[in-house]
Design a protein around this ligand. Sequence first.
Ligand code: SF4
Length: 319
Amino acid sequence: MKVGVPRTLFYYAYSPFICSFFEELGVEVVVSELTSKKIIDEGVEDAVSDACVPIKLFHGHVKNLLNKVDFVLVPRLVSVNDESTFCPKFLGLPDMLESSLPDFDNMLEVRVDTKGKRSELFKTCLKTAGTLGIGFFKTLRAFNKALKNYEEYKRKFREGTIPYLGVESRDKNSDVIIGVVGYPYILYDSYLSLDIIKKLISMGCHVVTPEMLAEEEKRREDLKLRKLLFWTFSNGVLRASYNFIRENKVDGIIHVTAFGCGPDFIVDKLLELECKEKNVPFLTVTLDEHTGQEGVNTRLEAFVDMIRIKKARKEAAVS
Ligand code: SF4
């Protein structure tokens, strides 16, 4: 049996768990191809026109898998903790796909609403495995293995390896530290993000991202947050950014966001205000399917040059 996993959205946060789980069940996992112009164009063709680019992309990745697998995984991510839910577009993903792709008849819909409880996650896995005709003990073994794999993946990230891009976040000559913040399915998709992280590393920057912080470090910011937001990924971005700024871990912050993203209207404004208050250079890069590489490169170069000049002036003033 083959299960297709679209290489976007939940993939860039949970694939080490998901892929390992299915593989341990003895199911072949087929991940859609890397994002390309063809996949974006195919997604744009069918998605509702006012959707953000990651959602359009999801349609393209599903189409990329349709005739290659028995089922295509489409999770309905509701909650993975007891404080927030996912963005409404994650909640309505299976419905959106059903309406936009009427011929999509092999969807493996999985509702994930664990509220942070491991037992609920196991129940979800058990139900999914049951759909594929797999029993309790095999599922339990696969579940434990998948959890272990997921912990290992998070550890690597915290040590500075970016698994999806195959790079280390620090070049040995780095002289500037940039916090690159945004949703994982934007930051770590090379095509969609126009390889912003790799570009910064090649410019001699040390890049830090939200996934490089342990959950406890992010939560240390909670007391200082004016308000928690409703959405899980948005809170992750806010907490990490506040930590970078308030503990002086970065020389500047770049917020990478998707055009038309509702939650990011709030996140971006809060980050802008925080950076202004703490005098930390801040840049927003908004991406959609038409954004050009050259324009983004120029903005990144100008931002990094400005930080280097600022640092040099500060050092000169001290000496
Ligand atoms: S959080 Fe924003 S970018 Fe992500 S799916 Fe929702 S609207 Fe799209």
